[in-house]
Design a protein around this ligand. Structure first.
Ligand SMILES: [Zn+2]
Length: 112
């Protein structure tokens, strides 16, 4: 089965597999909008959910130096994107999918 050509609004490579998940931005009806970020998968223990960690540098103006900070978000994992801990992914904001999920993984960028 091949995917009907669909653009999700940002530049990303569609996954090779196809799924039936209505909450998939590529195959389902989920719309994505808002923030995009790249991060690393920390945990895949939940069903259809991954924990993504984002490391970033924050400028401390008083010392004119950066300190490293991190943020962790839960993101929806569509079945057509296979992920394991350590994978680099791009996640994008969407409507709230559950109490703590309002991001969805749109692309696997690579692994370590
Ligand atoms: Zn899919």
């Amino acid at each position: 089965m091949a995917r009907k050509s669909r653009t999700i609004g940002v530049e990303a490579n569609p996954p090779e597999k196809v799924c039936e998940d209505p909450k998939c931005p590529w195959d389902g009806s989920l719309k994505v909008r808002g923030r995009v970020f790249e991060g690393r998968v920390v945990s895949t223990k939940m069903n259809h959910t991954v924990v993504v960690r984002r490391d970033y540098n924050h400028l401390v103006r008083k010392y004119n130096r950066y300190e490293s900070r991190k943020g962790v978000v839960s993101a929806h994992q569509p079945p057509c994107i296979d992920l394991k801990p350590g994978d680099k992914v791009r996640a994008m904001e969407c409507r709230p999918l559950s109490k703590s999920k309002s991001f969805v993984v749109i692309e696997r960028v690579g692994s370590d």
